[in-house]
Ligand binder design. Structure first.
Ligand SMILES: [Zn+2]
Length: 76
């Protein structure tokens, strides 16, 4: 008997990224959906509860880079 049935993983998976809060400098985990096309989103810091503005960059190889900014910083 086969020991295990392999379950294929979804190609697009949620990714856990660690970023530094621009307010309290704590390292927090953010879950990012690579299939979400929006480049900007806001997530409250789990430590200080202030709204962090994120800029999501998807690299050519599929890696996700997150830039965390203060709410009063503008994107360029
Ligand atoms: Zn914070």
């Amino acid at each position: 008997m086969a020991a295990n049935t392999l379950i294929p993983e979804a190609r697009v998976d949620l990714q856990n990224l660690t970023v530094q809060c621009p307010y309290c400098w704590s390292e927090i985990e953010i879950i990012v959906d690579p299939s979400d096309p929006s480049e900007h989103f806001i997530e409250d810091c789990s430590v200080c509860c202030r709204p962090i503005h994120f800029h999501k960059i998807i690299q050519d190889d599929g890696a996700i880079e997150l830039i965390a900014k203060h709410e009063d910083e503008s994107y360029d």
